[in-house]
Design a binder for this molecule. Structure first.
Ligand code: SF4
Length: 421
C-alpha cells in the first residue's frame, strides 16, 4: 500500500511540475513515505534521516518530508526529535504535500488530522507498464491488539465498485495485464450491495485485465463464496495470503484476531478442496506477550499441518498506543530469537518441499524482465505468485507465457518456456 501511495504522490508531484531525480544528492526535496507496523521499520527511517542530514548540511535549501504512518503516529514529536524534517504529513494528508510545498492557504508543515482524505485522490497506479494496483479500501476496523494500523490509517473506507471497475477497464486499455486490488482487509469490502467476491467477479468479467490478485485477507472475513468465485473465475490468480499469526487459541484471542485455529484450518481445507492448485502464504508472530513454549509449539504444528508456500515471520515488537503495549512484553529477547529461527528453519524446509511439487508442472507466468543477478535469465511471476527464472529469450516484459518448472529451491523456481528446449 505504501508503494501504491508513493507512486500516486510521485505522479501528483510530476503533474504539478516537479521532476524526479536519480540520486538523493541531486534532490531539492526528499520524501520518506513511512511504515509503523514494526519498530524496526521506524528505526530505519531514523537511520535514513541521519543520512539525509549530510545532504541538508551541504544544501540548506533541501526540504525533507516524512509522510505516512510514522508521521501520523508521531506528529509534531517527529520534527522535535529530528529538527531537519520540514514537513510531517499523516496518512490522510499525504496527497496534500504539493499544496503544503506551495504554502497554500489552510495548509501547514505538520498535518495529521484524520477526516480530510479525498478517496478520489487515491488513484490507481501502475507499478510497471503491465502491472498495477488499485486501492479498494483504506484503514481497518479490526483493532488487533498488537497492530498500529487502525490508529495510523484510520477507520475502513471504500471506493465504489463502479470506480474500481472503471479504473480497471482503463488500466486494461492502457496495457495492464496484472492487477492487484489492495486493502488492509479486502474481505470486509462492502459498497452498497457489492461485497468482495462480487467486486472480484465484476473486475474479472467486465474488464480486459488478464490476471487479478488481491491483498490482504483476514481469516474471520474470508467467505466460502470468495473461494467459490476464485474457483469459477480463471482470471483470479490461485494465491491466497491469509495471515495466521499464531497457532494457539489463547494467543489468537489475546491478539484480538477473532478466530480460532480450528476455524482457520477449516478455511484452508475448504480452499484446497475447491481450488485444484493454490499457493497459500501467511504472516506469523512469535514471542507475543505471555506466549509459552507449548503455545509456540502449536504454531509450529499449525505451520506443519498447513504447509505454506511462504511466510513473513516476525518476532513481536511493542507498538506504543496499541492494546498489547499494555501487556508485559515478557518473552525474553533470546527466546523470541530462538523461536523465530526455529520457525524460519521449519518454514524453509516446507517451502522447499512445496516448490518441489511444482517441478514438472506448467505455470502461466508473467514476464517481469531480466533476473536481478544476470542477463542470461529472465524473471517471471507464476500464477501462484512465485518467482520463476528461465533462460533469456526474445520475450518482452509483460508477456504471459506457459513455463515448465524444471527445478526449485525454497525461494525460487527455475524453468523453461513450455514447448521450447
Ligand atoms: S486486520 Fe488486524 S493486523 Fe490487519 S491491519 Fe487490521 S488491525 Fe492490523
Amino acid at each position: 500500500m505504501n508503494l501504491a501511495d508513493s507512486s500516486t504522490l510521485a505522479s501528483t508531484l510530476t503533474t504539478r511540475g516537479y521532476r524526479r531525480v536519480a540520486e538523493e544528492a541531486e534532490a531539492d526535496l526528499i520524501i520518506l513515505n513511512t511504515c509503523s507496523v514494526r519498530e524496526k521499520a521506524e528505526d530505519r527511517v531514523y537511520g535514513r534521516l541521519g543520512e539525509i542530514y549530510k545532504f541538508k548540511k551541504r544544501k540548506p535549501h533541501l526540504k525533507v518530508a516524512v509522510v505516512g504512518c510514522m508521521a501520523q503516529r508521531l506528529g509534531p514529536e517527529l520534527s522535535q526529535r529530528v529538527p531537519h524534517v520540514d514537513y510531517v504529513l499523516g496518512t490522510d494528508r499525504v496527497f496534500e504535500l504539493p499544496d503544503v510545498l506551495e504554502g497554500l492557504e489552510g495548509t501547514s508543515p505538520i498535518m495529521t488530522a484524520f477526516g480530510h482524505e479525498n478517496m478520489d485522490l487515491i488513484e490507481p497506479i501502475k507499478e510497471t507498464p503491465y502491472s498495477g494496483f488499485i486501492t479498494i479500501s483504506r484503514g481497518c476496523d479490526n483493532y488487533c491488539t498488537y497492530c498500529i494500523v487502525p490508529f495510523v490509517r484510520g477507520r475502513e473506507r471504500e471506493h465504489s465498485d463502479d470506480y474500481i471497475v472503471d479504473a480497471a477497464k482503463k488500466m486494461a486499455d492502457e496495457g495492464v495485464v496484472e492487477l492487484t486490488l489492495l486493502g488492509q482487509n479486502v474481505n470486509s469490502y462492502k459498497y452498497n450491495d457489492t461485497d468482495f467476491p462480487g467486486l472480484l467477479r465484476r473486475v474479472a468479467r467486465e474488464t480486459g485485465i488478464r490476471r487479478i490478485r488481491y491483498m490482504t485477507s483476514h481469516p474471520k472475513d474470508l467467505s466460502k463464496r470468495l473461494v467459490e468465485v476464485m474457483a469459477e473465475e480463471p482470471k483470479l490468480m490461485p494465491h491466497i495470503h491469509l495471515p495466521l499469526q499464531s497457532g494457539a487459541n489463547r494467543i489468537l484471542n489475546r491478539m484480538g484476531r477473532i478466530y480460532t485455529i480450528e476455524h482457520y484450518l477449516k478455511i484452508i481445507d475448504y480452499i484446497r478442496s475447491k481450488l485444484e492448485y493454490v499457493s497459500i502464504t501467511t504472516d506469523l508472530i512469535v514471542g507475543f506477550p505471555s506466549e509459552t513454549e507449548e503455545e509456540f509449539e502449536l504454531t509450529l504444528e499449525a505451520v506443519r499441518r498447513i504447509g505454506y508456500d511462504s511466510a513473513f515471520m516476525f518476532r513481536y515488537s511493542v507498538r506504543p498506543g496499541t492494546t498489547a503495549a499494555r501487556y508485559a512484553d515478557d518473552v525474553p529477547e533470546e527466546d523470541k530469537i530462538r523461536r523465530l529461527n526455529r520457525l524460519i528453519e521449519l518454514q524453509q524446509s516446507i517451502a522447499y518441499e512445496r516448490n518441489q511439487r511444482e517441478v514438472g508442472q506448467v505455470r502461466e507466468s508473467l514476464v517481469e524482465g531480466y533476473s536481478r543477478r544476470s542477463k542470461e535469465h529472465m524473471r517471471a511471476r507464476t500464477d501462484g505468485n512465485k518467482t520463476i527464472l528461465f533462460p533469456a529469450g526474445d520475450v518482452a516484459a509483460g508477456t504471459v507465457l506457459p513455463i515448465r518448472v524444471t527445478s526449485a529451491d525454497a525461494f525460487t523456481l527455475h524453468g523453461e518456456v513450455a514447448g521450447v528446449h
